[in-house]
Design a protein around this ligand. Structure first.
Ligand SMILES: *[C@@H]1O[C@H](CO)[C@@H](O)[C@H](O)[C@H]1NC(C)=O
Length: 254
């Protein structure tokens, strides 16, 4: 018959232990050297270095391609009504104009700057300057006495008492801006005539301005003010200081 279990025995010694070595600290043996591992990841970018010295000048390069067309330039200043200057030419379209008022030469041949008003027959100077005026008038059926007027004063006059003997004048005048020039006939002597093969014309132009000022557009819509008369305003108040000589004074016409 078996007895009771005996007490637990003492811990035994390791079989790996060699004589002279501590069994607690040198319990493993070093193995052979392993292979080198793979390189690690790239590190962060470093700080920028100091600028280097300037290199030698390079050779001149080839000419580049032509650049694109530039944008249009800015708008220029506003121009006047036409080319610099002022000129007009107009022809009569109705016979025997009314006396003591401007003769309307309504058939405009040239009036680019519009300084001539064909409905009134009046040219207005756009600038201070020297001007040239001329008229070439046919006469038929009645005698003609005609004058060129500047601001209601007669400047030059012509008389024709015979059919088919026309009259003409050409004169140079100095005018101030806004001065007005027209032709006017005397009462009972309005034989100014026009036909298909007979023209009566009135023309004028700016020869040169006093300065280089540009002509400016004038509005002719406003009616003219003043008293039209054959002898001008001074004659109504006594003898004229600068009388206009009557042509043919040795044998005055009727
Ligand atoms: C034009 O003439 C008038 C009168 O003669 C004068 O008062 C004016 O200053 C002149 N203007 C110019 C721009 O010369």
């Amino acid at each position: 018959r078996p007895g009771f279990m005996g007490p637990r025995g003492l811990k035994g010694k390791s079989s790996m232990t060699t004589p002279g070595e501590c069994p607690d600290t040198c319990s493993t043996i070093e193995g052979p050297r392993g292979e080198q591992g793979a390189p690690g990841p790239v590190g962060p970018r470093g700080l920028q270095g100091v600028q280097g010295l300037m290199g030698p000048q390079g050779q001149k390069g080839d000419m580049g391609l032509m650049g694109p067309t530039g944008l249009p330039g800015p708008q220029g200043p506003k121009g006047d009504q036409g080319p610099e200057g002022s000129a007009f030419s107009a022809a009569l379209d109705v016979n025997y104009p009314m006396a003591d008022q401007p003769v309307a030469f309504r058939r405009v041949l040239y009036n680019v700057q519009n300084n001539y008003n064909p409905d009134m027959g009046v040219y207005q100077a756009p600038v201070n300057g020297t001007y040239v005026f001329s008229y070439n008038l046919a006469v038929f059926g009645r005698p003609l006495k005609v004058g060129l007027y500047a601001n209601f004063r007669p400047v030059a006059r012509s008389t024709s008492l015979s059919d088919n003997v026309g009259v003409s004048q050409l004169m140079v005048l100095h005018l101030a801006a806004r001065d007005q020039v027209w032709l006017q006939v005397k009462d009972f002597y309005n034989g100014m005539f026009t036909a298909a093969e007979t023209s009566s014309t009135f023309s004028g132009y700016l020869l040169y301005p006093d300065t280089c000022e540009l002509p400016v557009f004038r509005d002719f819509s406003a009616p003219m003010q003043g008293d039209y008369s054959w002898d001008g305003p001074e004659a109504a108040h006594g003898p004229t200081a600068n009388p206009v000589p009557e042509p043919g004074t040795t044998s005055p016409p009727p």
